[in-house]
Design a protein around this ligand. Sequence first.
Ligand code: ADP
Ligand code: MG
Length: 252
Amino acid sequence: MSLLEVRNVTLKFGGVVAVNDVSFEVEEGEVFALVGPNGAGKSTLFNLISRFYDPVEGEIVFNGENLLKHPPHDIAKLGIARTFQNIELFEQATVLQNLLVGRNRFRKSNLFSELLFLPSVRQAEIENRRAVEDVIDFLDLHAYREKYIAGLPYGVRKVVEMGRALAIQPKLLLLDEPASGLSVEETQDVAFWVEDIKKQMGITVLMVEHDMHLVASVSDRVMALADGKKLALGTPQEVQNHPAVIEAYIGT
Ligand code: ADP
Ligand code: MG
């Protein structure tokens, strides 16, 4: 059984078929990349998997569960975390606070148990802190932990955005263009992190990325899309050399 199965999924925005009968499977433990020109439907696929949108056709199965039966707020609990192409952090909060926000979804408590500060609440707090500290260590964010997002350089925000998703300790991490706008050195860091997320943390990664060098260096498999349709799926090399892919890129 694959960790994620996307089967014949279609989504339309008015007359635009943003995702057109797309199927693919992501295996547990792999890094799987989605590539394709702007408007190919990559972010829309992420939005479908994270339940922002309902497909008009098709099925999405995660970890054996029909994902379409679940509301968006269940996604993190099921084990899926994502980053956004346009960073979505709380600007007027610190790095630490932003990393803790995602963890709050794991609170099993209600207001009553919080008021009483029951042991279960204390235990959850300890676990949240530990998960966040692990992320701060992993991404080397110590220097920024008490800094407000609003004052941070773009490259650091991009790292915090990844950290916010990692703090959820997902089974599947969706990264939407993790290297866009980053320098060569920063992109190299992203490559190392993605490798470690897979190898050390055992998290499966589904990534949208334009930097083909990064894609080829970290991905086990790649799917190319154009105009909402699947063009090719295979190893990075197979996909890069696929005639339909070459044509789609030259045509843009
Ligand atoms: P990619 O991430 O591959 O660049 P998107 O998934 O963002 O592409 O977009 C796929 C297509 O769907 C594009 O034609 C885009 O204009 C359209 N689209 C995406 N989101 C919306 C939306 N919320 N409303 C209307 N059209 C949209
Ligand atoms: Mg996009």
